[in-house]
Ligand binder design. Structure first.
Ligand code: QAP
Ligand code: CO
Length: 167
């Protein structure tokens, strides 16, 4: 069990693109376990490896009520999307802020699971939104990028102040 440190906006390391995972070896599985520990400790519904300063295409999600249905996505790809949905989104890397973002309501995606097997599935509503949000992290994109520059700057100032107080 290991809870990892989560990078916070405006940390430049959140902007690094993640590289594809070549094989799902023991090291990868151990990292997935640590990411799940971090997600459940946080508490969050989704976490991308980029947020714990590991720049590989790995995502863990759990949108279940009981928080006992982990979904692990390695090298995820979206193959189709439809509709629009606006959700008030948060992010563990932008703590304390929730902002409306419009994304596809339904997606078809493929990924590799924690056993190293490729799979495809559909997702809609909160799960679809969460997958899109976490996939943004893998290309260095953040929730704040969907906001106006004024709002982004406000959040940046407030978070920097809190980070300075903590240090
Ligand atoms: C992405 O985000 C997401 O500010 C996952 O103080 C969120 O798990 C997709 C969290 C909402 C769709 C809808 C945020 C926890 C967790 C905070 C999260 C906070 C504590 C965010
Ligand atoms: Co996030």
């Amino acid at each position: 069990m290991a809870v990892l440190d989560i990078l916070e906006f405006p940390d430049a390391r959140l902007r690094k693109p993640a590289a594809a995972v070549k094989d799902v070896d023991g090291r990868t599985v151990a990292l997935i376990e640590d990411m799940l520990d971090t997600l459940y400790a946080a508490p969050g519904i989704g976490l991308a490896a980029s947020q714990v300063n590991i720049h590989r295409q790995l995502i863990v999600i759990d949108t279940s009520e009981e928080r006992n249905e982990p979904l692990v996505l390695i090298n995820p790809q979206i193959s189709a999307s439809e509709g629009e949905i606006e959700t008030s989104e948060g992010c563990l890397s932008v703590p304390g802020f929730y902002e409306p973002v419009t994304r596809a309501q339904k997606i078809q995606y493929s990924a590799v699971n924690r056993d190293g097997e490729p799979f495809s599935a559909d997702a809609e509503d909160l799960l679809a939104v969460c997958i899109q949000h976490e996939m943004d992290h893998l290309v260095g994109k953040l929730l704040v990028d969907y906001l106006t520059p004024v709002k982004r700057q406000l959040i940046r100032r407030k978070l920097l102040k809190l980070q300075k107080q903590r240090a």
